[in-house]
Design a protein around this ligand. Structure first.
Ligand SMILES: Nc1ncnc2c1ncn2[C@@H]1O[C@H](COP(=O)(O)OP(=O)(O)OP(=O)(O)O)[C@@H](O)[C@H]1O
Ligand SMILES: [Mg+2]
Length: 233
């Protein structure tokens, strides 16, 4: 079983949006997936309550109980445990980091989020856990050119010495609309750009979780004009 922790000290960066979308993408790829909601706000559990479909499984788990839940899940045949975390409370996020095979640190390309990520990455590094940054709510390209604010964010993140996922999530209503219905962009709008970027990001994350396996080639839709964040960084 692999465990993916989604963290960010800053609130509202998109942790839960990413957690539910990646958990659903993993389930669609055949993983028995459990999303552990360790945030006191229980946003992922709320999402599950609205959801018509029972997978991926979502459970509220107290941070202190996460390790035991992880052991039980592995014994029960869960293939992927996604851990959504709350903002701010470092001792609670630490539990998720300790259990993780990979920590995704989510940030929007703005000054405050980028300033806050160093602490989250340092926390993961302290426990010798692989870290990658994921940019969320990236602005759309203007005439095929990435916004300077996005490129500056990428440069600032890279300067911290950890990889930046080559696919980020753009600002898209599809995420807000789907999450508000207990759904995902890939369920509600399977041929949307949002669904494409989630699929591409999941492929990249899956490859990093199984770094011992041969690297996957990025899907060809990455070359489309409204493609997921990068190509150009
Ligand atoms: N790529 C996106 N495009 C548009 N809206 C987004 C995107 N990602 C997240 N949002 C919106 O931003 C808000 C915050 O997202 P979310 O709840 O996932 O953040 P969070 O990091 O889990 O917050 P918290 O720290 O409170 O747990 C939500 O309203 C969500 O719909
Ligand atoms: Mg959240």
């Amino acid at each position: 079983m692999k465990t993916l922790a989604i963290i960010a000290r800053k609130g509202g960066t998109g942790k839960t949006t990413l957690a539910v979308h990646l958990a659903a993408a993993a389930h669609a790829c055949g993983y028995v997936t459990l999303l552990a909601d360790t945030d006191r706000q229980h946003s992922a559990v709320e999402w599950r309550r609205m959801r018509q479909i029972s997978e991926p499984a979502v459970e509220a788990v107290k941070p202190g109980a996460l390790f035991a839940r992880q052991q039980d899940a592995a014994r029960a045949g869960v293939g992927l445990l996604v851990v959504d975390t709350g903002p701010s409370v470092e001792e609670e996020v630490e539990q998720a980091v300790r259990c993780a095979d990979l920590c995704l640190v989510v940030a929007r390309p703005n000054f405050f989020d980028i300033r806050a990520v160093a602490d989250s990455a340092a926390l993961a590094a302290r426990f010798h856990k692989p870290v990658a940054f994921v940019l969320n709510q990236a602005p759309h390209r203007q005439q095929s050119i990435e916004a300077p604010v996005l490129m500056e964010a990428v440069a600032a993140l890279r300067a911290l010495g950890f990889p930046v996922a080559p696919i980020g999530l753009r600002t898209r209503v599809a995420y807000q609309r789907s999450v508000a219905r207990g759904s995902t962009a890939q369920d509600l709008e399977p041929s949307s750009s949002a669904a494409s970027e989630i699929t591409a990001l999941w492929s990249w994350v899956e490859a990093r979780l199984h770094a011992d396996r041969p690297a996957v080639r990025m899907p060809t839709f990455m070359a489309a004009s409204d493609s997921p964040v990068p190509l150009t960084f």
